[in-house]
Design a protein around this ligand. Sequence first.
Ligand code: FA5
Length: 340
Amino acid sequence: MQVLEDLEAKGLAELAQATDEALLRLWHGNWLGRTGHVPAALKRVAEIPPQERKAYGQTANRVKETLTGAYEKALEREREAVLDRELQAPPLDPTLPGRNAPRGGLHPSTQTLRRILRVFGDLGYQAYRSREVEDDETNFGLLNMPPHHPARDMWDTFHTTTPGLLLRTHTSPGQIHVMRERAPAPIRVVLPGMCHRYEQITARSEIMFHQVEGLCVGEGITLADLKGTLEVFIRRMFGDSRQMRIRSSYFPFTEPSIEVDMDCMLCGGAGCAVCKHSGWVEILGAGMVHPTVLRNGGYDPARFSGFAFGMGPERITMLLSGIDDIRYFWGNDLRFLGQF
Ligand code: FA5
């Protein structure tokens, strides 16, 4: 009996030390839990001589009730105290502005791509997605560059481990895919997409960049149509007062080939670092589709003619936004991307 009395006194004393809910629960485990002191005392009833068993059992049960009651009261008191503290704390002001969830945006290249596609969309061009992994034949051969043609050196190439398969170096092979799909119907498409070149990365050149190709094939298409189309594009894209200039150039898949410059929109033609002090910046390469390429696409060059052009949206974004290094585009630096 004395052991039970002592147990009760010790239990109450320890309970008084438990000053928060976690400690109270710990106490409950130690004293009233399945392996706690009180159930252990109740189990000892079997060891008590039969004549004393009843009295022992009654006392043990009373100790259990006392400790259980004391625990529940202590828990209740503790919860009320917590609530009191919360109520006395400075009140929550629901009229304060909330925290903004940061909002994502489109990558600057995507924004420019979409602007380009919209201008050509208004001119009746469809967007056509060609493939990014090409075969050598379509990237070069069918574009009038048979194996060992020196012009292949204009495009330093990433080859895959499968012979004859490569990452396209430009969007021009898409011309072949569209023509073979549509011949002999007239074509007006733009082909956007990623290109890859095994080049030195510099402020102006990446190994991975977008191009937008344009292709128009039909009867009676002339260089004047190409010039008019590009003039509309440049004014819609860069502003009505832009001047354009055409230089003769060379691409194996166009004849004649041209390069198109625009007066530098950063210095207005006075000369700056971006235009290398010439007052002009290069915007794209273009030309009349070579008869061999037309034939490879399934069009009879005696009846059909066409023009094609290819431009780089990253370079165009650099001009539009005054960006002096192309490496920012894939650098994933939010200080750069967040400005768009
Ligand atoms: C071509 O790739 C031709 N296929 C373009 C063409 C199409 C000509 C149809 C005639 C008819 P070029 O290598 O110049 O041409 O690339 C075209 C544009 O892609 C460049 O003006 C430039 O804006 C962009 N570009 C080329 N190389 C890079 C590079 N390393 N990094 C970023 N942009 C590039």
